[in-house]
Design a protein around this ligand. Structure first.
Ligand code: NDP
Ligand code: 8X3
Length: 257
């Protein structure tokens, strides 16, 4: 197992759910973390709590991954002590709506494509040159079971996660001679803020997604990310599909009464 002590880990979407759990998990292992998201106040509270709990360095800044210039400017102007990023966790993402394609609002498509695909591309494009120069780095994308299987009413969200899968695979090929690892962790149902965002704050609809089952938690996913990041140098965990025990596929879930 490789130590994460003193490594610099860049995590997008760290104010909630999987990204937040990853921030705590890497800090617990002694990594110094760069965390970002759009809700700065919340982000700074998390940063302060992590510093107190784990005595590691935390650099937090506001970032909307949809904004190409903001991504490039903020990453290119990282302070010297923070710009040698060892591990990138591309986590920021969302689903908007669960509608039949022909009844959906194209604004939802823009938001999902701009965040889940273009945001991931911008962040990766900004961070990868440093990894290539140092011939060292690990990119871990948070994909989804929706990147392997399409489901009804999920055309565009599933398409974005299929894109993450394709980008992961191509990037692994493009960086094979650079000593850079590219991995994807692809969870099924994880109870985070995800469904609240998908259903625009409708608490009842969000709760119903997990009714009668024990879903994954952000911490379960963070465990898999840490596993992936701590293998010996000759090992690349290319892909992990992580499902709740009561989930068999994107659409088949066993719910107890
Ligand atoms: P949450 O809604 O709990 O967290 C999403 C995080 O992404 C938040 O920190 C949010 O922060 C951030 N984010 C969203 N949009 C942007 C943006 N434009 N720029 C920067 N940050 C952004 O959901 P999850 O933790 O569940 O989701 C994390 C990832 O996991 C996503 O990529 C999702 O697709 C994936 N996933 C989730 C599953 C689930 O069932 N929950 C299953 C499989 C994959 P802020 O609002 O402050 O910007
Ligand atoms: C999130 C899980 O099944 O809602 O990617 O698409 S699912």
């Amino acid at each position: 197992m490789q130590s994460l002590k003193g490594k610099i880990v860049f995590i997008t979407g760290a104010t909630s759910g999987i990204g937040k759990a990853c921030a705590y998990a890497f800090a617990k292992e002694g990594a110094n973390i760069i965390i970002n998201a759009r809700r700065l106040e919340l982000l700074n509270e998390i940063a302060e709590d992590i510093r107190k709990k784990y005595n590691v360095k935390v650099y937090s800044f506001k970032l909307n991954v949809q904004n190409r210039e903001e991504v490039f400017n903020s990453i290119n102007s990282l302070p010297d002590e923070w710009n040698r990023i060892d591990i990138l966790i591309n986590n920021a993402g969302l689903a908007r709506g669960l509608n039949k394609f022909y009844e959906d609002n194209p604004d939802n498509w823009e938001e999902m494509i701009d965040t889940n695909i273009k945001g991931l591309l911008y962040v990766t494009y900004a961070i990868l040159p440093g990894m290539i120069e140092r011939k060292s780095g690990h990119i871990i994308n948070i994909g989804s079971i929706a990147g392997h299987e399409a489901y009804p009413r999920g055309a565009v969200y599933c398409a974005t996660k299929h894109a993450v899968d394709a980008i992961t695979k191509s990037l692994r090929m493009d960086t094979i001679d650079k000593n850079i690892l590219v991995s994807t962790i692809d969870p099924g149902l994880v109870e985070t803020n995800f469904s609240r965002v998908r259903f625009d704050g409708d608490e009842e609809k969000a709760k119903a997604v997990y009714k009668g089952l024990t879903p994954l938690t952000g911490e379960d996913v963070a465990d898999a990310v840490i596993f992936c990041a701590t293998r010996p140098p000759h090992v690349n965990v290319a892909q992990i599909t992580l499902l709740a025990a009561q989930q068999a596929s994107a659409t088949i879930v066993y719910r107890k009464e």
